[in-house]
Design a protein around this ligand. Structure first.
Ligand code: ADP
Ligand code: MG
Length: 249
């Protein structure tokens, strides 16, 4: 087993709650309602991972499996500008964008196949100066939720999701990469999926995701991030801000 890397979120409290940052070789699941900031955190991590370890990064590149078409290069540019101000260094947003490999997933089968493509790319970049150190699946569950409707298909869906999770866990282990997945929860009762406050994927995701983060809105640009049932860290809460410059304390 390689030494576990820690990726900074850009928010001190958040990092401390995670024991230093988002860990490599583990799956971190972010769940919460629409608009709570899951995709924003994903964008920030895609920037931060490229920094050297002294600056909270892992000196690597990132693969984003984008299932909802919510990746925005302009948002990366804003965050890189924010980082330039913070560090007093003139970073080039284009250089950062080059190391963000985005693949659109059109359905759940395609999403599963894209993990293989991600592995191929990670193999190619393994000995380069920008090895893949972060895999993002945003959203992990949206296609599964849309395609498997009704009670009869729940077992099928769960089985496929389970295999998918094992594939991405393997990716994390193989490439010493962080794996961050998002999972939307509903604010109102959902006719098909029982308890609306629990993320879909149920207990399987519960067991596979090593770090589960529940994000919810607070005042203004503030968000509350809650770490739940970690195997090696105490439950905790952190407050972060989402600003034009990106995530901060
Ligand atoms: P989720 O993926 O959880 O559905 P998002 O990550 O898309 O939610 O979060 C959307 C929220 O992020 C917006 O409501 C806004 O508060 C914040 N946000 C998005 N873009 C910016 C920006 N450029 N500057 C500041 N805040 C932003
Ligand atoms: Mg999103």
């Amino acid at each position: 087993r390689k030494l576990v890397g820690k990726l900074s979120t850009g928010c001190e409290e958040f990092n401390e709650m995670m024991g230093g940052g988002i860990e490599s070789q583990s799956i971190t699941e972010m769940y919460g309602e629409f608009g709570c900031g899951k995709t924003q955190v994903a964008h920030q991590l895609a920037v931060n991972v490229q920094l050297p370890p002294e600056q909270g990064g892992l000196g690597g590149s990132v693969v984003i499996i984008d299932t909802e078409n919510t990746f925005r290069p302009e948002r990366i540019t804003q965050m890189v500008k924010g980082l330039s101000e913070k560090h007093g260094v003139e970073y080039d947003p284009e250089e950062f964008l080059k190391n963000i490999h985005v693949a659109r997933a059109y359905n759940s089968n395609h999403q599963i196949l894209l993990v293989d493509s991600a592995s191929e790319l990670a193999n190619e970049l393994k000995d380069s100066d920008m090895p893949v150190r972060l895999l993002i699946v945003d959203s992990l569950t949206a296609h599964f939720r849309a395609e498997y409707i009704g009670r009869g298909t729940l077992a099928d869906r769960q089985q496929k999701l389970n295999k998918h999770l094992h594939d991405i866990q393997r990716f994390g282990d193989l490439f010493n990469s962080c794996v961050v997945v998002t999972n939307q929860v509903m604010s109102k009762p959902d006719a098909f999926f029982g308890d609306p406050t629990k993320p879909i994927g149920g207990h399987i995701l519960g067991h596979t995701a090593t770090f589960r983060l529940y994000i919810r809105k607070s005042k203004g640009d503030k968000r509350i991030v809650k770490l739940i049932d970690s195997p090696n860290l105490p439950d905790g809460e952190a407050i972060m801000s989402i600003t034009t410059d990106g995530l901060s304390d």
